[in-house]
Design a protein around this ligand. Structure first.
Ligand code: SF4
Length: 399
């Protein structure tokens, strides 16, 4: 079968790589990600599959930059996301990183050492042991994104999480001992009222662990999840907008006081500890995804791999393309995407892009601020992000 072109390749000048590790021990109640629930993780087969996908890109052909120096004009990134990458044996992470560096070394006359990369691993607290953390660090992982979600055991149980609250602090201490200086915690807010979750207390607990970064996600009810079934039969209430807004604004207040700045609608960091990988997505940079369901983007064309692990695995085994489909953005879609990406980040949009009547309306409503020639949304504005993008494209007049 002829292979599709896989631009952007692993060897594109701007290197942001994502590896999707689809395995989980069980499905969390709210999760609709592409995962494969497995008691035993087929780690060897997974590593071999990713290595085959890397090998599908012949480093001797293509972009014409063979033999050149590795591009150094921005921090390259590698991100292990999932799924639960921390379920892989730590040595599998080492092998995958070695394979990627080998691939770069075949292409470029010199490659930067791994510590020039931001290398993130998503981990669940129950998988963080002293030995795993030591191997990850030695392998070159220098950033951990920890799936904490809440510090309330009742809530964690409702979410079908494997860990309890005490494991979160333990995981952070273990990671610090292993030398990790860049840790992010994920938390979920806007949970159904009947859970009586104390969001303020969860924020205090998270801040007390002094992570460099926090990602906060509002609960949404996605189709075909346990939560959707609970809501449809009345066993759980749906998240409500007022709670969402109150908790989101409280997070801005508490994290701001603790020295964190929101640099994106859902992400806050201390100092310069932003996620460079995710920032590449939010600024429209090209990226390359490996593994089932992984997406790649070259600035206009987006393509993605077969979603299910079994389909991806079979394609690799048969030597066929792993690509499931692709889309090429129309100029109008590109425009809307640029507006959306700009408004979701602290960079905002050049003021000239926002018509002056919209700009003044947003600023007087407290949804935006203007400085240095850019319009940036405030916390109140970020609560209305989708509406404000529609306001700009003329599909909805908000004021
Ligand atoms: S661990 Fe993450 S990816 Fe896996 S089921 Fe839970 S939320 Fe989904």
């Amino acid at each position: 079968m002829p292979r599709r072109s896989t631009s952007p390749s692993l060897y594109s000048p701007l290197v942001h790589l994502y590896l999707h590790v689809p395995f989980c021990q069980r499905r969390c109640s709210y999760c609709d990600f592409s995962i494969a629930v497995r008691k035993t993780i087929p780690a060897r087969e997974y590593v071999a599959a990713i290595q085959s996908e890397i090998a599908q890109e012949n480093p001797g052909s293509g972009t014409g930059d063979a033999g050149k120096s590795f591009p150094r004009y921005e921090t390259p990134t590698i991100y292990f996301g999932g799924g639960t990458p921390s379920l892989l044996p730590p040595e599998a992470i080492s092998s995958l990183l070695t394979s990627l560096l080998d691939a770069f070394a075949k292409r470029f006359s010199s490659t930067p050492p791994l510590d020039a990369f931001e290398v993130t691993l998503e981990a669940n607290p129950e998988d963080v042991t002293p030995s795993a953390a030591a191997v990850w660090r030695k392998a070159g992982v220098n950033r951990i994104s920890l799936g904490s979600q809440s510090f309330d055991d009742r809530v964690l149980k409702w979410m079908h999480r494997v860990h309890d609250a005490s494991r979160i602090g333990l995981a952070v201490r273990t990671l610090r001992t292993a030398g990790f200086a860049n840790i992010s915690l994920d938390l979920i807010f806007a949970l159904p009222a009947e859970l009586e979750r104390d969001w303020r207390r969860d924020l205090v607990n998270a801040i007390a662990l002094e992570p460099e970064h926090l990602s906060l996600y509002g609960l949404t009810v996605e189709e075909r999840t346990p939560l959707a079934r609970w809501v449809s039969r009345g066993a759980s209430s749906a998240p409500d907008d007022d709670r969402y807004a109150d908790e989101y604004l409280l997070a801005h207040e508490r994290l701001g006081l603790a020295g964190y700045g929101f640099y994106e609608v859902s992400n806050a960091a201390r100092g310069d500890r932003i996620s460079r990988h995710n920032s590449a997505y939010w600024t429209g940079k090209p990226y390359r995804g490996l593994g089932p369901a992984a997406h790649s983007f070259d600035g206009r064309r987006r393509f993605w791999n077969k979603r299910a692990w079994e389909d991806y695995r079979k394609a690799i085994k048969a030597g066929e393309s792993t690509v499931e489909s692709e889309e090429v953005l129309t100029p109008e879609q590109e425009h809307i995407e640029r507006l959306y990406l700009g408004l979701r980040t602290i960079q905002g949009l050049p003021a000239a892009v926002v018509p002056s009547d919209r700009r003044s309306a947003w600023i007087s409503a407290g949804w935006a601020e203007e400085s240095d020639g850019n319009v940036r949304l405030t916390a109140d504005g970020w609560l209305l992000l989708d509406l404000l993008v529609r306001d700009l494209t003329g599909s909805t007049a908000i004021l």
